[in-house]
Design a protein around this ligand. Structure first.
Ligand code: ADP
Length: 165
């Protein structure tokens, strides 16, 4: 069974993430979405909120393909998390040249620690390529329309979050 690990902060899940998840499902039998706890990054959404939003959004993807999707919070090294969940491949999304430099280094360092796990890079469909959680939060905070960047339930959650703050 081919197991893939797609790690990230998902603060919150966007249509860019969803596109990568859908593509990843055609490559693996089981996709583990690794949600980095990332206390240092000071996420807007709690771990529980991020996990719940991913699970809700992925239910329809899982229903339309043969791939099992599991959401797995993690706080240890990515390469150790991959070993823990039995993943032979790490999936990452590439948005722009700016992502490449960081990812290039990550692959090198991870390979030095464990050469048995490959990293595969996927690109989202054109309308979703520029979407980043950080920018979506900024737009939502300033009252802009985020409906074309995130699932509807996430847009509502963002609006509620900033209405309270
Ligand atoms: P990180 O905290 O590592 O940036 P994110 O939650 O932002 O994690 O993203 C997780 C993964 O999804 C990363 O590989 C990131 O490049 C990818 N990703 C996020 N948004 C997009 C997008 N719009 N298109 C392609 N890949 C994306």
């Amino acid at each position: 069974m081919r197991i893939g690990l797609y790690p990230g902060t998902f603060d919150p899940i966007t249509l860019g993430h969803r596109d990568i998840i859908t593509r990843a499902c055609s490559l693996v039998d089981k996709l583990v979405i690794g949600v980095a706890i990332n206390r240092d990054k000071g996420p807007l959404f709690t771990l529980e909120e991020r996990v719940a939003m991913i699970e809700a959004d992925c239910a329809s993807i899982a229903a339309s393909c043969d791939t099992e999707i599991v959401v797995h919070p993690f706080e240890n090294l990515l390469i150790d998390c991959a070993t823990d969940v039995g993943a032979g491949v790490i999936i990452r999304g590439l948005r722009a040249v700016s992502d490449f430099e960081y990812e290039f280094q990550m692959v090198g360092m991870n390979r030095a620690m464990n050469d048995g796990i490959e990293t595969v890079f996927l690109m989202a469909d054109a309308p979703y390529q520029a979407i980043a959680s950080r920018l979506v939060k900024e737009i939502a905070r300033l009252g802009g329309d985020i409906s074309s960047f995130v699932p509807a339930a996430v847009a509502t959650a963002l609006q509620n979050k900033y209405a309270k703050n």
